[in-house]
Ligand binder design. Structure first.
Ligand code: ZN
Length: 251
């Protein structure tokens, strides 16, 4: 049941017939794992916390650097040298103290993610690391929960949803099997800061739609070009030989 404070805090959401009181209660019962507290995490997490998601776990091992402040807009100059997950948690707690927020200050790997994702409703991939992206994909597939994946580099953003509740959904590995691991390269490339806000907001949007049971589209990659302001959509199919998600057919 929503109390008076919640009815007022979330009133502009509750007014939407697609959300209403039932939807707001669903939001408050949901649990989301956010991997990465850089630009995408900074954009997606505040929207989910403001919307009243029940529980959020943030993972990031990294500390805040002066060069992050151009785009990771919930970090302040005085936060330089502090852990990203810890500082984001503090910011989110003052935004909405009703949300339970955990900050995990560890390097994400498959074992840690398997543990943290155990009771989660979905995972948001807000990282910039190919190896961790592959591990997140394996873990989301293991628990059969949706994975909402975002990325941004230069003037381009990408968004894809791998919904492992849906047998027909492809996975990150289906799409990027042949991609080379080039960890750390993203740190050397430029990125136009609004792209992170746009893609991170899209990740929060799709996460809320998953919670509300609204239609989400799988097997498509949406690509945003900030120079033209246009989105393009590319369809893909599940790879029947993918060594992450093909097991359904082998059994
Ligand atoms: Zn696959």
């Amino acid at each position: 049941m929503l109390n008076d404070e919640a009815l007022l805090r979330y009133s502009r959401h509750i007014l939407l017939s697609e959300i209403d009181l039932d939807g707001q209660e669903k939001i408050q019962q949901s649990r989301i794992l956010i991997v990465g507290c850089g630009g995408l995490g900074n954009a997606a997490a505040p929207l989910l916390v403001a919307a009243g998601v029940g529980e959020i776990t943030l993972i990031d091992f990294d500390v805040i650097d002066l060069s992050n402040l151009q785009r990771q807009i919930h970090f302040e100059t005085q936060d330089i040298g502090e852990n990203k997950a810890e500082i984001l948690k503090k910011h989110l707690h003052s935004l909405n103290p009703n949300v339970t927020i955990h900050a995990v200050i560890e390097k994400a790997d498959e074992a840690l993610l398997l543990d943290l994702a155990k009771n989660m409703d979905m995972i948001l991939d807000c990282t910039d690391n190919f190896t961790i992206r592959q591990a997140i994909n394996v873990v989301a597939h293991h628990y059969k929960i949706p994975l909402i994946s975002g990325s941004a580099v230069r003037f381009e953003g990408q968004l894809a949803i791998y919904d492992f509740r849906d047998e027909k959904s492809g996975c990150y590995h289906c799409l990027f099997e042949g991609a080379h691991s080039d960890d750390g390269a993203c740190a050397l490339l430029g990125v136009f800061s609004p792209v992170l806000q746009i893609v991170g907001a899209m990740q929060a949007q799709e996460a809320l739609k998953v919670i509300l049971g609204l239609e989400i589209k799988v097997n498509q990659m949406k690509v945003y070009n900030a120079l033209t302001g246009d989105w393009q959509m590319f369809k893909f199919a599940r790879n029947p030989r993918c060594n992450v998600c093909h097991e359904k057919e082998v059994k």
